[in-house]
Unconditional design. Structure first.
Length: 596
């Protein structure tokens, strides 16, 4: 199957409506009950004008020569009124029951779809997130999912009801008086033309509107996250102007939808008014000539209004359906996106991960043959401490990402404990790797939930022990709620050093066999760095430790230091061995000594 994650905006090629209907399969029983109720409602609705029209002819517009007495006529009117009241009550009960059932069914489908979509997004590889803005994904999970809610909870049933109603009305009117019915349908071709035109224009307008909404959500997601940079560089005015431009585009798209609707509705209403005028003219002539009764004319007038209202609603529902289809196409495009790394069908599960890491002639590129790693080979034994150094872009962080198989390599083999990682369970691999990065992400919640990440198998005592092991406990104990202290989005109320301590506690709570430190002490103060270095020294015992650091003073005690240069390992050895080579490492070290 063709992969779509290279271009997340690719046009959806399938039938989105058919696929939407497939989600109703588990709820077919409820749907059919609703359709049955709709049929009952439609029949009762069609009978109401006939009941009143017959009452007019039988009990009101009768002459003096009628065999009915005044009391009988009054009794007949009351009886007809009672039947009419019962019909209204039945209509109320059926409509309410059908509405509640469809709303519940629709919400259940949307709930399942939203969960399926989020689970699918979590299963996608990092390459997808590298090229897809966060705001676009958020739009798919929120606005686009909500846009199709009305399809299940309202539109499908209403489309069925209005279609049945239009067909039923046409049949009844033709059966009652063919000539008068054809008079009512004189302007029907014009209505059909307007409806087809409205459907085409509205679909285009909805597609543009959904695209513009995605664009503005992407802009907001990116710029709200980067508001600090905007304010530091005093670019509020320029970014405000850029937002107004995008907001203007969305406004124009939404206004185009409103304009199309504002033209169609009055045009349809004027068609109805003209048809009513034609009916009154022809009907009045027929009443005067005695061809039809006043009651029959009343029935036709009621039916004419009931005939045009469903047509108008059908067009509006088609417009809403077009909006839902436009959103569903984007959702299904995302659902059809296949990760670069295929799912584990029958992965091998290791009895235990000891932490031996081996790169065997590894070549890797994020795009095409723009190689980031070129023929890289090394072996890290369990419990060994290895550091990677080199200039920015040398490939250090890429090695760390490949160990956890966040990307797949193009050539060579990566092994953990002697097994090709492509044959192992990704979940087990990542569970056995504890990674601390320079940019720490803290979630909204409390301190304890940020350490255990909703893993109930990690007890409160384990959370506390992990915090104590990385010297985070004193900082946590000073908080008003301690481990239940509320944490705001991204941990904004904590300093960089405090967030880093929480990240260390989070990593160690999972007791990893392999510890990865990616510039873990690059952005913290000297005091906090000392606390972390003390914790690292204790935590390295019995674990494979892989470090990336620009400050060479932090990795001098590593068992092996590998110097990366343009995607290759140029030098390797201990700190003293590398200095004695007087090569790249010695120059980097000399530059850092001189800068201090």
């Amino acid at each position: 199957m063709k992969k779509r994650d290279r271009n997340p905006d690719i046009q959806y090629e399938g039938n989105a409506l058919v696929r939407l209907l497939a989600y109703m399969k588990p709820h077919l029983a409820s749907f059919f009950v609703c359709l049955l109720l709709v049929l009952v409602v439609t029949v009762l609705d069609l009978y109401r004008p006939t009941l009143i029209g017959n009452a007019i002819d039988q009990y009101i517009t009768v002459g003096d020569d009628t065999p009915l007495t005044v009391e009988e006529r009054f009794s007949g009117v009351l009886r007809s009124g009672g039947i009419y009241a019962i019909i209204l009550l039945l209509l109320f009960i059926c409509n309410r029951f059908q509405y509640l059932m469809m709303q519940k069914t629709g919400q259940q489908i949307i709930y399942d779809l939203r969960n399926t979509l989020f689970e699918h997004v979590q299963a996608l590889t990092m390459r997808f997130f590298d090229v897809t803005p966060v705001g676009k994904i958020v739009t798919r999970l929120t606005n686009d999912v909500e846009a199709i809610n009305d399809v299940y909870s309202n539109i499908l049933v209403r489309l069925f009801q209005n279609s049945v109603k239009v067909i039923g009305l046409a049949c009844i009117m033709l059966a009652m008086n063919t000539r008068l019915a054809l008079t009512c349908f004189a302007l029907l071709p014009l209505v059909i033309f307007l409806t087809a035109l409205f459907r085409t224009l509205s679909r285009r307008a909805y597609q543009v509107s959904r695209t513009r909404l995605t664009t503005i959500n992407t802009f907001l997601s990116e710029h709200l996250s980067g508001m600090r940079i905007i304010q530091i560089f005093a670019r509020e005015k320029e970014k405000g102007d850029e937002f107004r431009e995008k907001s203007e585009e969305l406004y124009q798209a939404n206004f185009r939808e409103i304009l199309i609707d504002a033209i169609f509705r009055p045009a349809t209403y004027m068609t109805y008014v003209c048809s009513l005028a034609i009916l009154l003219l022809a009907g009045a002539s027929s009443v005067i000539s005695g061809a039809i009764s006043i009651g029959t004319l009343y029935i036709f007038i009621s039916y004419l209004e009931s005939f045009f209202n469903p047509i108008q609603e059908l067009a509006q529902q088609f417009a809403t359906l077009q909006s839902a289809i436009a959103s569903s196409e984007k959702i299904f495009t995302l659902l059809d996106t296949r990760p670069d790394i295929p799912p584990d069908d029958h992965p091998e599960i290791l009895p235990a991960v000891h932490g031996r890491v081996e790169f065997d002639h590894v070549w890797f590129a994020y795009q095409g043959e723009d190689w980031v790693l070129k023929d890289v080979s090394f072996t890290i034994e369990p419990g060994e401490r290895v550091a990677f150094v080199g200039a920015t872009g040398a490939g250090k962080s890429s090695i760390l990402n490949l160990i956890g198989r966040y990307y797949d390599i193009q050539k060579g083999t990566i092994r953990i404990d002697g097994k090709d990682i492509r044959t192992l369970s990704r979940e087990q691999i990542r569970r056995s790797i504890g990674q601390v990065q320079q940019d720490v992400f803290i979630f909204t919640g409390d301190v304890a939930s940020n350490i255990r990440l909703r893993d109930d198998s990690i007890s409160d005592s384990q959370v506390q022990k992990a915090a104590e092991a990385v010297n985070a406990a004193p900082m946590i104990e000073r908080l008003s709620g301690k481990y239940q202290h509320p944490v705001s989005e991204r941990g904004a109320t904590f300093s960089q050093g405090e967030r880093q301590l929480l990240s260390f506690a989070r990593t160690l709570a999972y007791d990893p066999a392999i510890l990865i430190l990616d510039e873990a002490t690059a952005s913290i103060d000297t005091h906090t760095e000392q606390l972390i270095q003390e914790a690292i020294a204790r935590l390295m015992q019995g674990r494979t430790c892989i470090m990336v650091a620009h400050r060479l003073s932090t990795i001098q005690n590593a068992d092996c230091i590998m110097v990366m240069h343009h995607g290759r390992i140029r030098e390797r050895g201990t700190h003293q061995q590398l200095l004695s080579l007087n090569g790249i490492y010695a120059k980097l070290y000399a530059l850092q000594i001189a800068s201090h």
